[in-house]
Ligand binder design. Sequence first.
Ligand code: UD1
Ligand code: CA
Length: 422
Amino acid sequence: MGNVKALILAAGKGVRMNSERPKVLLEVNGLPLLWYPVCAAKAAGAEEVLVVVGAGREEVQEAFTDDGLTFVIQQEQRGTGHAVISAREALSGFDGYVLVLCGDSPFIESDTLERLVSHTERTGAACTILTSILDDPAGYGRIVRGEMGVREIVEEKCADEAQKAIREINSGTYCFRWRDLDGVLDGLRDENPQGEYLLTDAIGLLIARGSRVEAVVSGDPQEGLGVNTRAQQADASKILRRKVLDRLMAEGVTVVDPVSAFIDPRAEIGPDTVINPFVVIEGPVKIGARCRIGPFTRIRGATRLGEGVHLGNFVEVTRSAVSEGSRALHLAFVGDATVGGDVNIAAGVITANFDGNAHRVTEIGDGASVGAGTVLVAPCRVAAGGRTGAGAVLTRGKTVPSGEIWVGVPAKELVRDGHTNG
Ligand code: UD1
Ligand code: CA
């Protein structure tokens, strides 16, 4: 998509959340609300993603500091129209389309955004609004249509009984030809029951000026929903979680119990991997094909699992790479570790990865076998083919060489009948 920028409105406090934190940082399905529209805007190919921040803006900027966003500050939250006015300077001279999204609308899909742009281009409209038809439209802006198409958007607070009965609602996602929108912003007034400058009124102004305004109904009514309350936050988490699982299942992953599998939207999992009940995956984790995960397994950080890895019950793996065919079947903690292929990590193995100041690395080579209850005090290493006995404590800085078995506390090479193990 050429010549398209995204503008995400995220300055509101989210009063109905009763939170100390800005609403867009509250999590749905493990990620901040704002992550979702940002991700959709990027995937739709927006050349720049601008985010209007206000309430708790330092926190928001901090949380998204690595995401390549342009932050625009709205000093006082005086409405969605006012939020767009705050971005005027950042968009000055821009001669293209601006996708406006709400920071509290996590269901928006990138292909819908692309469709809004192509519809606007094709029809020569000044604006295309994404709408949804809801059984219960309460709380949303209603789309009032006339003979000439969309006539206006009426907010709940301003609507009369007949308008409240309209089930087509404004999703708060639009594609504007920026120059047209920019041309009407000065006409916005805050004389309305909200006492705010409403972006929806800008659409009325465009229509009054004779500009064409289009509305596209979303194929999925859910797409237009916003998150304004804790109850909606919980519902949204559930829906988004299922969406991730549906995507993974379509890609060939078996999810034994979708009710108890919590998988980060950024996770990638290869085909024929089985996710057993009560698995939690947090972070941009990559899991190869034919793995078996769970039940009761937690995988975190940027962990990578090769093909055919098997992690069983009560195993936690964080910030680690585990190569093909390795196993940790029961009660283990593997953190900041590099684990080779075909390694066996027995029950109760712990990488003691934190020395009180920093996380330290453990290396376990191909074909190694770490005995039950071994504590690996990082930094330390078990070389390829090395082994530890049950209960060994491999102390900091030590290496179990290839082919040796180390046992005891602190672990030393096992010597039987005066002979070392070869
Ligand atoms: C808005 C729409 C409504 C639509 C609904 C969809 C308006 C006037 N109303 O209502 O038609 O049905 O979204 O969810 O646009 N924000 C700012 N600065 C402000 C005010 C709001 O950045 O001064 C941001 C908020 O952080 C939020 C978004 O704009 O992410 C929408 O604001 P919100 O107050 O939630 O609007 P709604 O009442 O939900
Ligand atoms: Ca909202």
